[in-house]
Ligand binder design. Structure first.
Ligand SMILES: [Fe+2]
Ligand SMILES: [Fe+2]
Length: 466
């Protein structure tokens, strides 16, 4: 879930509803009308829908970029079964299901029959006409119109506003130039890439200010060049935690930096599209892996695994994902490492259709993907490196103070050192070690939650540059 509802508002997960609908659809296809299996599923689905409609006049489920949204709230679902259900509906051409007060059991049953028939005749009568003909008046189905997501979307900046570390600023600048040149059809400039790698290895990963900007919730929608610098830095944190030699560390930084270079070959309006991608756009987007590998194979002097990582970074350790490289082909460990950093970076960044996730939410998603999609050892190394409340996190203590994490206590990851924030978002002089205990041995403070960084809070006042 990327947003947290107020504790007194019951949150209904859209996925069981979609599952119920998908299940009912299959049952109506398999069994004769009136079969008990159909009736039971229908009753369950009807019950949960009616419960929701008691609280709100409408129920809107939208599938945006493969995630189910309920009434505009995004929910993260990453198990394969869940993805399949969402995909099934998407492939029928359904990206949204909206129900209004007054919807009946009969309408739900008729809807599931319409959905089943859609499989045979997807290009038949327009959907509205089919619903109308079946007397379904309280449900509408449809493809998401871009407007449909835009009305509730937020406009985010393209990159962090103030950059507090000069090496990080320089890396971003050089990477932006690299991306611009490759977009214009030029080759990747090796010297520029090597310069960024040096900056990242020697300075950025040593700078609390840079790490804070990369690790904590990012209140901006970063363009690919910025995402690339961030993924490379995060990959270096994993590498450091595992303890690779200098040569491998350099290879990791280079590969991570260029993993998404293939996106320079994809139209920017597809990359930045605010709503759901259609099938054609999704396929186009997926080609950034093969295109990236092609771009990189042409560059002399790059390390041999750099094109491999571009090719494989969306593949799972179990051998699924894209591009299709054949059953059971396991990605190289460098690709596995970059995948962990890539997913974390993408989740903690903002999108027009999605609030950025908090680090701890992103870590929980990584933990759930460990073993199927991601390498568990890499996930563990990453989570150990960044901890639950990474540098730069804005947190609230049980004394109702707001603080910014300035230092991690490796022995006590849940009790970092923080700088307290004044009412006007300035810094209270000095630091507070939340691992400090009182005379009885109890902690003097606990962190109770991470907060979205308030507008007006300047991270630079709290963390130090290299
Ligand atoms: Fe990618
Ligand atoms: Fe990426």
């Amino acid at each position: 879930m990327t947003r947290t509802a107020a504790p007194d508002v019951p949150v209904l997960d859209p996925l069981p509803l979609l599952k119920g609908l998908a299940g009912l659809r299959k049952l109506t296809g398999m069994y004769p009308p009136g079969h008990p299996a159909i009736l039971q599923k229908l009753n369950e689905l009807n019950d949960s829908i009616q419960r929701h409609l008691c609280q709100a006049a409408t129920l809107r489920i939208d599938i945006v970029h493969g995630d189910a949204h309920l009434d505009g709230l995004s929910f993260k679902h990453d198990s394969e079964a869940n993805t399949r259900i969402i995909q099934e509906l998407s492939e029928l051409g359904i990206d949204s299901v909206h129900m209004r007060e007054g919807v009946t059991r009969d309408e739900l049953l008729a809807l599931s029959e319409v959905l089943w028939q859609l499989r045979e005749a997807p290009a038949g009568q327009p959907l509205e006409a089919q619903l109308e003909r079946r007397n379904i008046r309280h449900i509408s189905l449809g493809k998401l119109l871009p407007l449909d997501t835009r009305w509730r979307s937020e406009q985010w900046a393209d990159a962090p506003g103030d950059i507090y570390d000069s090496a990080y600023a320089e890396s971003l600048d050089l990477m932006q130039r690299t991306f611009e040149e490759v977009t214009a059809g030029k080759q990747v400039e090796l010297a520029m890439v090597q310069q960024i790698v040096q900056l990242l290895v020697r300075k950025v990963t040593r700078s609390s200010a840079a790490l804070a900007q990369i690790l904590a919730v990012k209140m901006y929608e970063n363009l690919t060049y910025c995402h690339s610098v961030n993924v490379a830095t995060l990959s270096l944190l994993i590498a450091e935690q595992i303890g690779f030699d200098e040569e491998t560390t350099g290879a990791i930084a280079e590969a991570a930096l260029l993993h998404d270079i293939g996106k320079t070959r994809i139209p920017l309006d597809v990359i930045r599209k605010p709503g759901a991608l259609d099938k054609r756009e999704r396929r186009m987007m997926e080609t950034h892996t093969t295109l990236g590998a092609e771009v990189l194979l042409d560059v002399e002097g790059l390390r041999p695994l750099t094109p491999t990582v571009a090719l494989e970074h969306h593949r799972a350790i179990k051998g699924s994902g894209y591009p299709d490289l054949g059953e059971g082909v396991v990605p190289h460990f460098l690709s596995q490492l970059v995948s962990v950093a890539d997913i974390y970076e993408a989740m903690t960044g903002a999108r027009t259709y999605q609030d950025p996730a908090f680090p701890e939410q992103a870590c929980l998603v990584l933990a759930r993907l460990a073993g199927s999609k991601l390498n568990p050892a890499m996930v563990k190394a990453f989570v150990n490196a960044i901890t639950f409340f990474p540098l730069g996190s804005v947190v609230r203590t049980d004394r109702d103070e707001m603080g910014v994490v300035t230092q991690i206590n490796t022995r006590e990851p849940l009790h970092p050192v923080i700088a307290l924030v004044t009412a006007d978002y300035g810094r209270v002089p000095g630091l507070v070690d939340t691992s400090a205990r009182d005379g009885t041995g109890a902690y003097q403070r606990h962190i109770v939650e991470a907060l979205r960084p308030p507008e007006g809070l300047k991270l630079g006042a709290f963390v130090t540059a290299a």
